[in-house]
Design a protein around this ligand. Structure first.
Ligand code: ZN
Ligand code: FE
Ligand code: FE
Ligand code: FE
Length: 162
């Protein structure tokens, strides 16, 4: 696909994050399964439910721009997930594994936050007013997931692993 204006770039980036959310949706069950702490498990479960809602919001954003929802492969999210999977294979201690899962999840959240920040800015520039609150809701959920993960890491998990 050749991209020649901001409108096409917006669509491309929307397809990128749509792919990324679906990829995360597929991989969260493994994160849930691999985590040991009940607090971390329930955080991942909550975020899995949120991710499904985020995918629905993205479908509405496609509707706003008059396009069918479709994904475009996002090598960045595939790389973050692959790196996490490789690291997980090397860890045998439960607490250390939880710390690694938190770190991996935070890398995902930060990727998502940059994408939603960019899409939000472009939606405003392009006058896609009906997309703004949908993108903002997704971004706020990612920020809140990131903050919860930080709190969990600081509270106890990293201390136990230390
Ligand atoms: Zn492309
Ligand atoms: Fe997400
Ligand atoms: Fe990407
Ligand atoms: Fe997320």
């Amino acid at each position: 696909m050749s991209i020649s204006n901001l409108s096409e770039l917006f669509e491309h980036t929307l397809q990128d994050v749509y792919f990324a959310e679906n990829h995360i949706n597929k991989n969260l069950p493994t994160m849930i399964e691999k985590s040991s702490s009940t607090a971390l498990k329930s955080l991942f479960k909550d975020h899995h439910a949120e991710t499904k809602t985020q995918i629905e919001r993205l479908k509405k954003v496609f509707e706003v721009i008059g396009k069918k929802p479709s994904g475009e492969e996002c090598p960045a999210i595939e790389g973050i997930v692959k790196e996490a999977e490789e690291l997980i294979e090397e860890i045998d201690d439960k607490e250390t594994l939880d710390a690694a899962l938190i770190a991996a999840a935070q890398a995902v959240e930060h990727y998502e936050i940059t994408r939603y920040g960019t899409l939000l800015t472009w939606a405003k520039l392009l006058g896609h007013d009906d997309a703004i609150s949908l993108l903002r809701d997704n971004m706020e959920e990612e920020k809140s997931a990131d903050a919860k993960l930080s709190r969990l890491a600081e509270d106890k998990l990293n201390k136990k692993a230390a």
